[in-house]
Design a protein around this ligand. Structure first.
Ligand SMILES: *Cc1c(COP(=O)(O)O)cnc(C)c1O
Length: 355
């Protein structure tokens, strides 16, 4: 069975085998060697130095990292502007509300790109805003939001940027040199690890003014202890084995740019195959990530039928969220997938659609 949902992904044999390593106590030096390697390699994906950036590991799914980042890195007295154009932008607004963090939302329809003019106007009219939160790759639609444009805006207005890069980290460009204070991501999407570990990469200057709004997900406490080869709680040890192996594999295969090209080639192959079958991609390529694409559900075809027919042929595709569930389906090209797999997928679509 190949997973074409946006995480967890189809594992490589190398990563799968790495789960079967010796039992390990998280208070032993072997664990801290593993933790150190994971932290160093995570920053290394984008060439970051550990004196300027802290990679903070958390046990949980991607949302744990996003929650830790939002709850910890908007300082007391700060105010957040949330750019929202999909499910994950909405989730950040829910997190901000949960922690009673002052915030405003610049809301867009789910199919729309962030309106830079509206964000600029909001920053201009509310000088209390200290931070902007944005989703890099809005997995709801496959749209890659224009991080550089939002970063420039933040720099011009002297505010800091918090990024949910859960479904782009390791496969799309991220420029850490501007206003980014932190990025949240996970082991089991573009890095090809297993679920259980997520992480925040935080600028050390931002950590210095972090707030402890949450107990378990307190980014500052995790950062401090991990810097001292320590950990506050029992981490997902086996998931960390897999993450370290996945990061080694990511590096051996050529890093994020190689993964970007690999996903891009597979996504292109799927798009060409589906277009030939009359299935339309929803966003222009120039606005899409290489990680996941949304397609219009053919008229008269219910998602469940498509899903079940493809599953019977060995492929798990993904539904649209909310209202979009009636009109689109999604295909991710993350994970250990090859050209031959994409060929077989198109053949499976062909026999499903032409039946
Ligand atoms: C997957 C994802 C998340 C986190 O989802 P979890 O189910 O908690 O792993 C957050 N943001 C984006 C953009 C995602 O794609």
């Amino acid at each position: 069975m190949l997973l074409l949902n946006p995480g967890p992904v189809t594992l490589s044999q190398r990563v799968r085998r790495s789960l079967l390593q010796p039992d390990l106590c998280h208070r032993e030096s072997e664990f801290f060697d593993l933790q150190d390697e994971a932290r160093q390699r995570i920053g290394g994906v984008y060439g970051l130095h550990s004196d300027e950036w802290a990679s903070v590991l958390l046990t949980g799914s991607g949302t744990a990292a996003v929650e830790s980042m939002i709850a910890g890195l908007v300082p007391a007295g700060g105010k957040l502007l949330i750019v929202q154009n999909g499910v994950y932008g909405e989730r950040i607004a829910q997190i901000a509300a949960q922690y009673q963090i002052p915030h405003i939302i610049v809301k867009h329809a789910w199919m729309d790109a962030p309106d830079i003019g509206r964000i600029e106007a909001a920053l201009h009219s509310d000088k209390g805003i200290t931070h902007v939160a944005v989703i890099h790759h809005e997995t709801t639609t496959g749209r890659l939001n224009d991080l550089l444009a939002i970063d420039s805006l933040c720099q011009a207005h002297g505010v800091r940027l918090l990024v949910d890069a859960v479904s782009s980290f390791g496969a799309e460009a991220i420029d850490f040199s501007g206003s980014i204070d932190a990025v949240a991501a996970t082991a089991n999407k573009c890095l090809h690890g297993v679920p259980g570990i997520a992480f925040v990469i935080a600028r050390r200057t931002a950590l210095a003014s972090a707030t402890s709004r949450t107990y378990y997900l307190d980014v500052l406490r995790h950062a401090k202890l991990q810097d001292q080869r320590n950990t506050p709680f029992t981490p997902a040890v086996h998931a960390l084995y897999a993450l370290v192996e996945a990061l080694r594999e990511h590096s051996d295969e050529g890093g994020w740019t190689a993964r970007h090209h690999r996903y891009g080639a597979l996504a292109g192959q799927v798009r060409r195959g589906l277009t030939a079958l009359g299935v339309r991609e929803l966003l222009p390529q120039s606005m899409s990530s290489v990680v996941l694409r949304a397609y219009a559900l053919p008229i008269g075809l219910e998602y469940v039928h498509l899903h079940h027919a493809l599953k019977a042929r060995g492929f798990v595709i993904y539904a649209g969220q909310g209202d979009l569930s009636k009109t689109l389906f999604r295909i991710s090209t993350m994970g250990a997938l090859e050209t031959g797999d994409a060929d077989r997928l198109i053949a499976a679509f062909e026999s499903t659609l032409l039946k």
